[in-house]
Design a protein around this ligand. Structure first.
Ligand code: ATP
Ligand code: MG
Length: 199
């Protein structure tokens, strides 16, 4: 790079830096953040668990509710339970063949009661509600109640909701919304879910 080019580059970078510094200085609010991670691509739950790890790494308290049907292995759970993270897991004898609305609703509601307890516990800094969007879509958990409980949580508590097809009212309420887009996925090329990577 010639001297004049280098100078121009430095001036441009300085302008960018000034703008970023200005925005950093303007962001002064301290509060718990409500994040929704949705979309059809891979990376929603892993992102949520990444933030749980970040929280725990600072010596803060996190809790996880997994609204999954059936008992799936979960590498993050194996690790994080050992680090003192409380997990509430929705256990149903689920198979795709025998969907049972009544028992699914009861299972979702039981885990939702745990979630509600976490969402009013000031000692918990972060609550991950993994795959809860489906429970709301199926009507197992009432949308309006979920919005109310999330809105009324302790001021410094953060919440992460993951799952495809997040309801518009959830994304409207959220402070941060990330949509993970599916560009390609190994599964479509016939690769089965891999331990230590997909679960
Ligand atoms: P992950 O837990 O890997 O972050 P996710 O939470 O974004 O994935 P889910 O819809 O909860 O995605 O699905 C969980 C499982 O399905 C994972 O094993 C993941 O690899 C797989 N999966 C996620 N997205 C896709 C996709 N677009 N096509 C096929 N399989 C997928
Ligand atoms: Mg997921």
């Amino acid at each position: 790079m010639s001297d004049t080019n280098n100078e121009k580059h430095q001036q441009r970078q300085q302008k960018v830096k000034d703008k970023v510094d200005e925005r950093i200085a303007a962001a002064q609010i301290e509060k718990g953040i409500f994040q929704v991670i949705t979309g059809n691509g891979k990376g929603k739950s892993t992102s949520g668990f990444g933030t749980v790890t970040r929280c725990v790494g600072h010596g803060m308290k996190a809790a996880v509710c997994q609204f999954i049907k059936g008992t799936w292995p979960c590498g993050e759970r194996n690790l994080l339970q050992g680090a003192g993270v409380e997990f509430a897991i929705m256990n149903t004898g689920f198979t795709w063949e025998t969907q049972n609305k009544e028992s699914d609703t009861a299972a979702a509601q039981a885990t939702w009661q745990e979630a509600k307890r976490m969402l009013c516990d000031e000692s918990i800094n972060l609550v991950l509600l993994d795959e809860i969007t489906y429970m709301i879509t199926y009507g197992y958990i009432d949308l309006e109640e979920a919005l109310e409980v999330i809105s009324n949580r302790p001021a410094m508590q953060s919440v992460i909701v993951t799952g495809r097809g997040a309801h518009r009212k959830l994304t409207d309420l959220a402070d941060t919304v990330s949509e993970v887009r599916n560009v390609k996925h190994a599964f479509d090329a016939g690769v089965k879910a891999q331990i230590g990577f997909d679960y």
